[in-house]
Design a protein around this ligand. Structure first.
Ligand code: UN1
Length: 522
């Protein structure tokens, strides 16, 4: 097992921006054409985070070659030993948490507390998946025949391709990489182009923890080139992607043609429902955190708040007051509550939705502007924005905005709240604020989403439960929890017959059928 890490790429993070390489077959290597792309700080575009390999199809091929070769031995390493590496990863992440979190803020803008939470989520996942190394449960069931043993065991799928987004740039890769590795797969990892440094930092930790060469390969670059090449290669047996529904559908279509397993974690249009009996102070706090946490850039963000008409005015006034008081700025400032959005393109896409909302006739209650003053001149900042009088059919109430824009919708009763909450093409996370236990349980049953919260906002999933959604949010797979292992294993059903004779299932244990058969048998 190679433990050589070469020099840590991120060690000189405070020096002048440097060039970071791919990690292929146990070595940090440049893209074969030597080209790079640049990652900048969304709070200040003048600050260059680093230059990263702009990889080619051939770089991807080399990474898959390495993963294929490493698979031969990695799949045979006992799972508890594979898991030992993840325990080390958890420990290393703990020691580097602050440094990684600060670099994450610089690279993608979320505020420092949330960046620490992002790294913490990876620590939690490393510990959980390390534990799985001593479980990886199959089942043992009775056979219908005597002296026959029946069980199911899990086998690795092979080389898997993991394509990850920028909004949880350490946590989400950990949701995919750790279960894939503990289950005995080898990995080609393609992170978002907005957050390559976060990916490099995570890979460095895995390398330092002792992962053998070729087991995990990092290839940075464009989705249309690098991602596509991973998806297209028949040697990659499974893909796990988190991203937009549009991209997910394309990838899933291609994987379908190639008979390749694909798990998609895609868009959301999550909602908090607030009933007339709700604790309004609590609901306001939840709506602020759910709507504006990570500047609304979570798949789970509460971009709709559905409020009972009797509490609409009171809720809206308090919600707007709280949103106006949020401190916008560079996430490294510990007093800042909302950071920039990730990029210029994202800023313009978010702002376009503000214009759409106004055109559609919703009432702009606060925010609505791009911010270019108070030290935010060079960044991608957007005011926390709330629309009132939003109709469920408006685009701002239907489409994923992925920014700090929340639509408030008035409803007359519980049934209408459920109908509006369910009335989008997505189904990731929905929440209900009520003090009525009967209603709470009715909501759990009626809300069409993979995640339901009662008296809590739509964000804040913990790693020990399945994460994912229904309808256009996904294709039936779940990340996190023990269910994540299902994404990365094949079932093998095993029968051991120790009777010493041929025993025919469905036949020998049904005597009448056997008699009939003996009549026609020679
Ligand atoms: C995402 O929204 O993209 O539940 C992931 C949460 C986080 C993970 C979010 N633990 O909000």
């Amino acid at each position: 097992m190679s433990t050589s890490t070469q020099s840590l790429q991120t060690k000189t993070k405070t020096d002048a921006p440097r060039v970071y390489d791919n990690y292929i077959n146990g070595r940090w290597v440049k893209a074969e054409n030597g080209e790079t792309f640049t990652s900048t700080n969304p709070a200040n575009e003048k600050e260059v985070i680093g230059h990263f390999a702009s990889s080619t199809v051939n770089d991807v091929k080399k990474a898959i070659d390495a993963a294929e070769e490493a698979l031969k031995t990695w799949r045979k390493v006992p799972a508890p030993h594979r898991a030992e590496i993840l325990y080390k990863v958890a420990h290393l992440l703990e020691t580097r948490k602050e440094e990684m979190a600060r670099n994450m803020v610089r690279e993608m803008g979320k505020v420092i507390k949330e960046a620490r939470g992002d790294v913490q989520e990876a620590i939690d996942m490393a510990k959980f998946m390390a534990g799985e190394g001593r479980r990886l449960m199959g089942s043992t069931v009775p056979s219908e025949l005597p002296n026959k043993f029946a069980m199911s065991v899990r086998a690795p799928i092979g080389v898997v391709g993991l394509i990850t987004p920028w909004n949880f740039p350490v946590a989400i890769p950990s949701w995919k990489i750790f279960p894939a590795l503990v289950a005995g797969n080898t990995v080609v990892f393609k992170p978002a182009t907005d957050t390559p440094l976060c990916a490099v930092m995570l890979v460095e930790v895995l390398v330092e923890a002792g992962l053998p060469a070729g087991v995990l390969n990092l290839v940075t670059g464009e989705g249309s080139k690098v991602g596509q090449a991973i998806v297209d290669d028949p040697r990659v047996r499974a893909i796990s992607i988190t991203g937009s529904t549009a991209v997910g559908k394309k990838v899933a279509g291609r994987c379908g043609e190639l008979m390749k397993r694909i798990s998609c974690e895609l868009g959301g249009k999550n909602a908090i429902c607030i009933m007339e009996d709700a604790d309004i102070e609590l609901a306001v706090e939840g709506a602020v955190w759910g709507g504006f946490g990570t500047a609304g850039q979570r798949c789970t963000a509460a971009s709709r708040v559905i409020v009972h008409k009797d509490r609409y005015k009171e809720f809206t006034e308090k919600f707007v007051a709280r949103a106006k008081a949020l401190k916008l700025g560079d996430g490294l400032d510990p007093d800042v509550q909302v950071g920039p959005v990730v990029s210029k393109a994202q800023l313009h896409s978010v702002h376009e939705y503000v214009e759409i909302g106004e055109k559609e006739g919703a009432t702009l209650l606060c925010g609505g502007k791009i911010v270019k003053d108070n030290g935010m001149e060079n960044g991608w900042f957007h005011e926390p924005t709330i629309f009132g009088d939003v109709k469920p059919s408006m685009r701002i109430a239907q489409e994923e905005i992925f920014g700090p824009v929340v639509s408030v919708i008035k409803v007359s009763d519980f049934e209408e709240a459920i109908e509006v909450a369910n009335g989008t093409e997505y189904g990731l996370s929905l929440s209900m604020y009520t003090k009525d236990v009967n209603r709470a349980f009715a909501a759990i049953e009626e809300l069409e989403s993979g995640i339901v919260y009662i008296n809590a906002p739509t964000i804040g999933a913990e790693i020990q439960l399945p994460f994912g959604g229904v309808k256009q949010t996904g294709n039936g797979h779940r990340e996190a929890g023990t269910t994540a292992i299902d994404q990365f294993t094949e079932w093998k059903s095993v029968y051991v017959d120790y009777s010493g004779r041929l025993q025919r299932a469905q036949i020998d244990n049904h005597p009448a059928q056997k008699q009939d058969e003996s009549k026609i048998a020679p």
